[in-house]
Design a protein around this ligand. Structure first.
Ligand code: FAD
Ligand code: NAP
Length: 339
């Protein structure tokens, strides 16, 4: 394991921000991870693919990039298998592996950037499926005691783009591996998201399989989302607000067509992208940053933006959405350093 000093993180964050780490190392197994933690350099910043982090300044201490690889079947049942993947595996590679093995459950989560280890942090989700739907357990290393611990589904306390690792256990654990429960054929397909069925229909597919769904999701995502290798971004910058029905009713009086989705607890989810668009931000450029023209929820780096510029834009958007709709948007992206 090599330790670098004054190391550029430019290729290690999808916003494409030119920040530096005081120290940087990539670990490829648990022993190296422990070694890195024993160096005594603090604070530690754990990095996966850098696709959900906004660096607003250089990073103090040690950035540890997780490169722990490996995908293996750990248990086999009649209708399902348990698959364990190393935290440093690329998420989309795991999805493609599962599809190639005829194992269902991950296909709707195709093409989400980043690593397996970061996926439970915000309970990644897309097209009607969340990580929690296929999650069994994870193993993590306590960054102070260096003891490993297993977190069950219940212990992770998953919520919408949320888990215990974003709240009370924030910054305490390094996830080393994750176990998923995947279905053997016949698969239960999730086509509930409008665009999936529409795309399959356009592609002339009447009886889709998991590979068709994965291809459709990839096709939709490529058409709507900026490719970070071309335009720096972190996907959705904000969470979709989940509000009381009364808040929505107020909005519906003025905007009868406001999109919304009922939640099981009686509240409603309002797409943040719609709120931002109503405030006139969609496609707007502010200096080197801006709001993506095909999806207002995505903030982009048009070239030489700094993290601080992106944060300033995000705050301006939050203020204007709050002024118009009385809803304070919450960033989904992890902002470094946290305030
Ligand atoms: P990083 O950005 O490296 O880290 C994110 C957080 O996790 C940081 O706080 C970091 O410290 C912590 N972390 C990373 N690895 C570990 C570990 N091993 N142990 C403990 N903590 C760790 N997200 C969705 O949910 N759904 C989507 O559909 C989606 N689409 C996206 C599309 C684009 C174009 C982009 C750029 C992003 C998108 N995202 C989406 C966000 C992002 O891809 C996910 O949040 C992803 O899980 C982040 O993985 P990462 O490895 O890049 O994490
Ligand atoms: P979309 O399909 O245009 O829908 C807009 C929003 O409405 C979504 O955020 C989604 O909420 C909600 N929605 C749509 N159909 C729904 C349904 N049938 N039931 C409940 N909620 C519904 O969204 P998009 O921007 O193209 O993204 C498609 C999917 O990819 C979404 O699931 C989105 O979360 C995910 N995605 C996530 C990121 C990220 O960085 N987090 C980036 C790009 C795409 P949900 O977000 O709760 O699903």
């Amino acid at each position: 394991m090599q330790i670098y000093t004054d190391f550029s993180l430019l290729p290690y964050n999808t916003f494409g921000l030119d920040v530096r780490a005081a120290h940087f190392a990539e670990v490829s197994n648990l022993q190296e991870l422990k070694l890195g933690l024993r160096l005594g350099i603090r604070p530690i910043f754990l990095l996966g693919g850098g696709s959900n982090v906004l660096f607003t300044q250089n990073v103090d201490g040690l950035v540890l990039k997780n490169g722990i690889r490996g995908i293996r079947i750990v248990r086999e049942f009649r209708h399902k298998v348990w698959v364990e993947a190393g935290a440093g595996e690329i998420w989309h590679d795991l999805v493609q592996w599962a599809v190639s093995q005829q194992l269902g459950g991950l296909e709707n989560l195709s093409l989400i950037p980043g690593t397996v280890g970061a996926a439970p942090i915000q309970n990644i989700g897309a097209y009607g499926v969340e990580l929690k739907d296929v999650f069994v357990r994870l193993t993590a290393l306590n960054m102070e005691t260096l003891q490993t611990q297993t977190f069950t589904h219940k212990a992770c306390r998953f919520g919408y783009r949320d888990s215990v690792f974003k709240r009370e256990e924030k910054g305490k654990w390094c996830i080393g591996s994750v176990v998923f429960s995947l279905q053997k054929p016949p698969h239960r397909l999730n086509l509930s998201y409008g665009d999936i069925s529409k795309t399959l229909k356009t592609n002339g597919i009447e009886s889709p399989n998991i590979a068709d769904i994965s291809r459709a999701v990839i096709q939709i995502r490529r058409s709507k989302l900026p490719d970070p290798s071309q335009i720096g971004n972190c996907g959705s910058f904000f969470k979709n607000p989940e509000t009381a029905r009364s808040v929505l009713d107020n909005i519906l009086r003025k905007y009868p067509d406001a999109p919304h989705y009922p939640l099981p607890d009686g509240r409603v989810k309002i797409p943040a992208g719609w709120l931002i668009e109503q405030c006139g931000w969609k496609g707007k450029r502010v200096g080197n940053t801006g709001c993506y023209d095909k999806q207002a929820l995505v903030l982009v780096n048009h070239g030489d933006a700094t993290g601080e510029e992106v944060r300033t834009l995000a705050e301006a958007i939050m203020d204007s959405v709050e002024a118009r709709f009385g809803i304070r948007l919450e960033p989904e992206v992890n902002i470094y350093p946290p305030r």
